[in-house]
Design a protein around this ligand. Structure first.
Ligand SMILES: Cc1cc2nc3c(=O)[nH]c(=O)nc-3n(C[C@H](O)[C@H](O)[C@H](O)COP(=O)(O)O)c2cc1C
Length: 185
């Protein structure tokens, strides 16, 4: 199969990309608007990009009408966010939190997700998440129709660093996958 990614005909480049860059981790990002409304949404165009200092990137597409998603807008306004670790048990809630709620509606309240205070940032975290990264915005780039958010990880918490405890859920093509089987090496 060959795909001319610059002139796609009869295929969706998103489909090719997300089938060949696998698996991707999922950032369940909490943020707060300048009015103080907490927000929660998943992003799988996400990864760690350096470790000294630790920096992560999330890529947030604009909505079809060109509006910024609440997550990107909030982070640009308040400069902070938290990445909540996605364990297997959160699959349904993660899906529900990806729905397009208006900015004045908090996914935490609507979906009954308990919040907890973070240690270094004002943004709350998901109380039951088994791990989380507290981040401060250090760079924002607009790339095509995307907001690229670079966050410096200033604090992290984890019930364990063992993946058998964390039971990570990833994104595989357009679906979810468990990431627990280790190949040799
Ligand atoms: C598993 C999963 C991964 C997602 N990854 C992304 C992503 O990488 N970038 C993006 O813009 N939207 C992504 N979405 C869609 C957003 O979660 C969705 O647009 C959400 O409504 C954004 O919420 P907000 O306006 O509160 O920020 C993903 C959805 C799911 C379920």
């Amino acid at each position: 199969m060959l795909f001319d990614m610059e002139n796609p005909e009869g295929f969706d480049p998103y489909h090719v990309l997300t089938n060949l860059v696998i698996p991707r981790p999922i950032a369940w990002v909490s943020s707060v608007s300048s009015e103080g409304i907490p927000n929660l949404a998943p992003f799988s165009f996400y990864n760690a990009v350096c470790d000294e200092p630790p920096v992560v990137i999330i890529s947030v597409s604009k909505r079809e009408d060109g509006r910024r998603k609440d997550t990107a807008r909030n982070i640009l306004e308040t400069k902070e966010f938290v990445i909540n670790f996605v364990s297997e048990e959160f699959l349904e809630l993660v899906k529900k939190s990806s729905e397009d709620y208006p900015p004045h509606i908090s996914e935490f309240e609507t979906l009954g997700i308990q919040k907890a205070r973070s240690y270094r940032v004002k943004v709350p975290r998901v109380a039951k998440a088994k791990a989380w990264l507290e981040c401060v915005l250090i760079k924002h780039e607009e790339l095509f129709n995307y907001d690229l958010i670079f966050g410096r990880v200033v604090f992290a918490g984890a019930e364990s660093l063992n993946y058998e405890v964390l039971k990570p859920l990833g994104r595989l093509s357009g679906r979810f996958c468990k990431i627990i089987e280790i190949a040799q090496g």
